[in-house]
Design a protein around this ligand. Structure first.
Ligand code: EPU
Length: 328
C-alpha cells in the first residue's frame, strides 16, 4: 500500500491523505477511516486516479460533501474521491430572457441558488435548502416537493479515464431522485443550468417563496447531524407522514434516533454507529410494512464495507468506480 500511496500522491492536481476519518466528512458524523482520501482539481487528475486504482485493484468511491451518505463503521478499503475546485470554470451568461449558469461538480447547490437569485432567475425557491454539491445533486436528482434539479439542467460534463464529454439533459435519464447516466460510476465534472429570467414582480415573488421555504425547513426539519431524508417518498405518499403515522418518532437504536421533528430523518444523537442506523432503518421498514403494507425504499446511499446480510431492504451501496469502468 505504501507504493500505491506514493503513486497516488504523485498525481498532479490531486491532494491525497491517508487514514481519513469519514465521520469528519459526512453530515451524519458517522464512519470509520478511509484508507485514502483524494481531492482532484482537473478531469485529467480524476482520470489518473481512476486509472491507477484500476491498475492496482484498489476500490475508489465518489464521496462529494457526504450529505446523503451513510459511511460504514469499518470505513473504506480504498480511495474516497472528491471533486476539488477547477474542474469546470464558473460562468453566468444571460441572453434573450434566459440565464445559463455553468458550475463545477464540486460547487455547492447553494451556489447555484444564489447565482440564480442574483441574476433574477425564476424557480430557485424549489431548490431551497438542499445540501451537498452540484455533482451529488445531479447524481441524486435532488429536490424538494416543489421540484428537482433536473428541471434546470441543460447539459452535463462527464469526466472519465478518457477525458471530458458532454451529455444533453434529455439523454441523462433523470427520474425521481435518480439519474441513469451517473448511476454506474460515471463522474459528473460539472453542468450547465438554464433558467428563465423574470420581471421585477416575479423575481420578488420568487425571493419571498424562497424565504418561506427556508423558514418552513427550519421548523419542519431537524438541525442535528443526519443524511437528510432516509427513505424515498412512495408514489403519491410521504415517507415522513407514514412513519409518523405508525408512531415511530423517537424510536431509538443506540444513538440513532427517528427524529421527533421529521419522521423521515434519522439523526445522530451522539455517537451513533452505522450499525445503529441500519438496524433502526430495518425496524422502521418492518413497522411501516406491518402497519400500512407500504415498503419503504432507502434514499440515502451507503459507502464502504458492510455485511450484506444486515442491510435494509432496497439499500444501495456506492459502487467502486474503478471496477465499474473495467467491466464496460
Ligand atoms: N409529515 C408528517 N410527519 C412527519 C413529517 C412529515 O406528518 O414527521 C407530513 C407533513 O405534515 C406534510 C407531509 O408529511 O404534510 C410532507 O412532509 P414535508 O413537506 O416535510 O415533505 P417530505 O415529502 O417529507 C420532501 C423531500 C425533502 C425536502 C422536503 C421539502 C423526499 C424524500 N423528501 O420531504 O428532501 O426537503 O420535501 O420540500 O423527497 C431529502 O431529500 O433529503 C429531503 C429531506
Amino acid at each position: 500500500m505504501d507504493s500505491f500511496f506514493r503513486e497516488l500522491s504523485a498525481i498532479e492536481g490531486a491532494d491525497v491523505r491517508a487514514d481519513v476519518p469519514l465521520r469528519e466528512r459526512t453530515s451524519f458524523r458517522i464512519g470509520g477511516c478511509a484508507d485514502f482520501a483524494a481531492s482532484v482539481h482537473s478531469s485529467e487528475a480524476a482520470a489518473s486516479v481512476l486509472r491507477l486504482c484500476r491498475k492496482a485493484s484498489v476500490p475508489c468511491f465518489l464521496m462529494g460533501l457526504g450529505t446523503n451518505l451513510l459511511a460504514s463503521d469499518a470505513g473504506i478499503r480504498g480511495v474516497a474521491l472528491t471533486m476539488g475546485n477547477g474542474l469546470v470554470r464558473e460562468s453566468v451568461e444571460e441572453s434573450e430572457g434566459t440565464v445559463r449558469i455553468t458550475l463545477g461538480a464540486e460547487a455547492s447547490l447553494g451556489r447555484l441558488v444564489s447565482l440564480m437569485d442574483r441574476a433574477g432567475a425564476l424557480g430557485f425557491s424549489r431548490l431551497a435548502g438542499i445540501p451537498g454539491t452540484v455533482g451529488g445533486a445531479l447524481a441524486m436528482n435532488a429536490g424538494t416537493r416543489g421540484g428537482s434539479v433536473s428541471e434546470f439542467v441543460e447539459k452535463i460534463f462527464l469526466a472519465g479515464p478518457d477525458g471530458l464529454s458532454d451529455l444533453p439533459a434529455e439523454a441523462a435519464g433523470f427520474g425521481y431522485r435518480s439519474c441513469r447516466a451517473l448511476d454506474a460510476g460515471t463522474l459528473a465534472a460539472g453542468a450547465v443550468f438554464r433558467a428563465r429570467l423574470g420581471a421585477q414582480e416575479e423575481i420578488e415573488a420568487e425571493r419571498s417563496a424562497f424565504r418561506e421555504a427556508m423558514a418552513k425547513r427550519r421548523v419542519t426539519q431537524p438541525a442535528m447531524p443526519s443524511a437528510g431524508c432516509v427513505f424515498r417518498n412512495p408514489e403519491g405518499n410521504s415517507a415522513g407522514a407514514l412513519i409518523d403515522g405508525c408512531g415511530l418518532k423517537g424510536m431509538r437504536v443506540g444513538d440513532a434516533l427517528v427524529s421527533p421533528v421529521h419522521a423521515n430523518f434519522i439523526v445522530n444523537a451522539g455517537r451513533a454507529s452505522s450499525g445503529d442506523v441500519l438496524r433502526l432503518m430495518r425496524e422502521v421498514q418492518a413497522a411501516v410494512v406491518r402497519e400500512t403494507g407500504v415498503r419503504l425504499e432507502p434514499e440515502i446511499r451507503l459507502i464502504g464495507e458492510f455485511q450484506l446480510g444486515g442491510l435494509p431492504e432496497g439499500a444501495r451501496v456506492l459502487e467502486d468506480l474503478a471496477a465499474v469502468r473495467e467491466t464496460r
